[in-house]
Design a protein. Sequence first.
Length: 444
Amino acid sequence: MSGASGSAPGARLAGAPRLTAGFSREGIEELSRLKREPDWLRRQRLEAWAVIEATPWPTGKEEDWRRIDIRSVTLDGLAPTLGPDDGAAAPATDDEDVAEGAVVVMHNGAVVAERAALPAGVIFTSLEAAVHEHADLIERYLTATVRPEDGPFAALSQAFWSGGAFLYVPAGVEVQIPVRAFHWADGHGVGLFDRTLVVVERGGAATIIDDYLSSPAATGLHAGMVDLHTGDGARLRYIALQDWGQGIASFIRMRGETGRDAAIHWLVVALGGRLARVDLAAVMNQPGSAHELLGLCFGDGAQQFDFHTLQLHAAPHATSDLLFKGVLKDTARSAFAGLIRVAKGAQRTDAYLANRNLLLSDKARADSIPTLEIEANDVRCTHGATVGPIDDEQVFYLMARGIPRPEAERMIVEGFLEPLLSRVPIERVRDRLDRSVARKMVGR
């Protein structure tokens, strides 16, 4: 693996428990042995390690990486973290919706708490427990493979994943209350590799929230994977709320596949981390399937965000609607590369892609590259992007009515985000995002 190095075999790092063999084939064998995994899963990890060994570490010169400072991200001083320090307290999760529903709590890559109150037949548990308790389901759906073109972070996640959540909803069952996977990190030099796997069978419905948080002083690397599967007529709402501390570099790969007349509603929020990249693929393999993709980032300081999205229309009569918005201040920057791909035979496709960016500083920067690849001739596909500073006339209008400039700018930002947030039906999520935007505006 060119350009990257991990902890030397046999090293004992301070802080949270970690693999003594570090990032190596021996480390994977150690991890699989500790977790008493079946042979098929160990082989899957080793196949991912082969990809890691064959994949050059990005230098920043590649087209895929040149808009962010990837050179600052290495594996030096890191090792896969397997849990909190001895005696560390689990983070509190006392939200009303969680208390009434279900939660899986992960602390530095280890599941430390679970609680479930769900309809009969619904499974919500740690992915590691599901490997043993629901082996047939996991082996059927945890079959994603990574390729060199997926990059080293996806391969690292598949090779060294630890922690994670599994949600299974049987056919015809609707889960009324959102379930939540809570990912918490603290300590220095942590290596976090978690996975979320969701399966909603025919006609089922559910909402799941992945919540990524850390202590302000935490440092390290997060590389996660999210796999969503919906059967015919199923409905899934997936929400990712990322608010890592400024010492975390985060890379997450998301993929959602919909059955006939099924729908996935996405909300992907990136607020934290010194550098955060999201690769999201919405795959429509069956007629009538639909994806709604909403995204939001708010950068301050020297934060960097990088979004790569794919709306893959492989079947006719499918729809996708993407709206990603970014707000940037100070010297923060973002990059967005969105692709609508319509395969041959995917007639009557209806796809929309929009990326809007608001700059609050003349030193902030946003790059946006929307793209279409269409091989069918009876489609409706639209794409667009905007990048611009806050409107001085709007600021003047509000200040002329006695509103201080900081408050005027906050109101303009809220108005800019409102068309996106109004499409989020969960009030607690909207309220939390409102508070986060207000915190970012005053620099706390």
